[in-house]
Design a binder for this molecule. Structure first.
Ligand SMILES: *Cc1c(COP(=O)(O)O)cnc(C)c1O
Length: 410
């Protein structure tokens, strides 16, 4: 510091220009958190030569810092992809793909059992901009085949369906898209890059770098974060041209993510495989137990025989394969919606809340009739559906909680 202190102007200047470089020779398990809107160039020539598209350097915070680059690389590796962009939420990642690949006059096809806000985006903004959409029955590849037309520029896939948990024949759906030369994007939040490889599906041949989906989207909000405290999404590809289209839209839409949130996901990623396996094991035990209860008409868990799409789950995830800690049950139709609400309110450890993939068990009752299009994929059940996200509590405690809450039905 200069002798001019306490001259406020000099102090501020000194504080601002107190040069900082990350220390060479310092190593630790966690990477540093580099936050930037501004990135400083060494000279005007470097500024003019900047290239934000190919990650050859740092140009502006929106285009990434060492921290965001690191998470992009790790999510790519996790999913078996080659390129990744991060978005401020899973839904923003879905929107990024739509806006990169669709324009006025085009059409997008979405499974009728897809994540609800994906359909809402199509029914709202996309429709307002003259982009059409159709819903298809994810369990019937022939329905997808029949609905793809000359205007179809994107097909969404999701495995399993949100809330109702039917596992589709992904290789067959990808095959239909390829036959028509239409790009597909998989919402891979449930699989998280662990239950199956979105880019290497059984029986699918390699085309433009992928033997599976063209694009894999995840809500990192779920298992990659695992904390119930971060919103983030990712878009992973294995085709440079496709990635650049998505990245261009990402830049023009300004879909940056905060480095502190990225740090939270980087901190959670090393335990994702262990957490996923633990959620899976606990969910299967509880789903199996609920399946034996007289109040429950049907358990919807893709890894349990008798659930819709179970054979497709086995074919895609393998014998002894993995599943997320997520399942739904349909209550016997003798219980009204009000009865099932009382069951949910009676739960003590299970909390009422949206999202999933965190350490705390969550529950949501759904009215599926209002979420599905009966003429596309009719919902065969009359009882009320409740979706469970199984956290990391002790299974016996969760089962005791379910048992005491079921007692209010008697
Ligand atoms: C939660 C979720 C999303 C959206 O993630 P957000 O980060 O909450 O926007 C997208 N797809 C699926 C299947 C999800 O479960």
């Amino acid at each position: 510091m200069s002798d001019a202190l306490p001259n406020a102007k000099v102090t501020s200047t000194d504080l601002i220009h107190h040069d900082y470089l990350p220390p060479a020779g310092f190593r630790a398990p966690m990477p540093g958190v580099f936050k930037a809107s501004t990135v400083i160039f060494p000279n005007v020539a470097a500024m003019r030569a900047r290239d934000w598209q190919h990650k050859t350097g740092y140009t502006y915070g929106l285009h990434g810092t060492p921290t965001t680059f690191m998470l992009e690389e790790r999510i790519s590796s996790l999913e078996g992809g080659l390129q990744c962009v991060l978005a401020p939420s899973g839904l923003a990642a879905i929107a990024n793909v739509n806006l990169a690949l669709l324009k006025t006059g085009d059409e997008v096809l979405i499974p009728d059992n897809a994540y609800g806000p994906n359909k809402a985006l199509a029914q709202g903004e996309l429709k307002n901009w003259g982009i059409g959409h159709q819903l298809y029955d994810a369990l019937n590849p022939a329905d997808l085949d029949a609905k793809i037309g000359p205007r179809t520029k994107l097909v969404w896939l999701e495995a399993p369906g949100s809330v109702t948990m039917e596992f589709p024949d992904l290789p067959a759906l990808v095959g239909v898209c390829r036959q028509h030369g239409v790009t597909n994007a998989l919402d891979n939040t449930w699989g998280a890059g662990l239950a199956f490889n979105a880019f290497a599906l059984p029986g699918v041949e390699e085309l433009r770098g992928s033997a599976g989906a063209d694009i894999s989207v995840q809500a990192l909000t779920k298992y990659p974060s695992g904390g119930g405290d971060v919103l983030m999404g990712s878009v992973v590809t294995r085709d440079e041209a496709l990635h650049l289209r998505i990245k261009l839209s990402h830049m023009r839409l300004g879909l940056g993510v905060g480095a502190n949130d990225v740090e939270a996901v980087l901190r959670s990623l090393p335990s994702i495989a262990l957490r996923y396996a633990a959620h899976d094991q606990a969910a299967r035990a509880l789903a199996h137990w609920l399946g034996g209860r007289p109040e429950v008409a049907q358990v919807l868990h893709p890894a349990l025989p008798g659930s819709p799409g179970h054979a497709h789950w086995r074919a895609t995830c393998g014998d002894g394969g993995q599943a997320a800690g997520l399942f739904s049950v349909v209550f016997d139709e003798r219980y009204s919606a009000a009865d099932v609400d009382r069951f949910c309110d009676q739960l003590r450890l299970f909390k009422l809340g949206y999202s999933w993939g965190g350490f705390m068990s969550l529950v949501v009752p759904y009215d599926i009739g209002t979420m599905r299009n009966a003429s596309i994929s009719a919902w065969p059940h009359r009882g009320v559906l409740v979706r469970f996200s199984i956290g990391l509590e002790t299974v016996d405690d969760l089962q005791a909680d379910l048992a005491q809450a079921l007692a209010v039905l008697h």
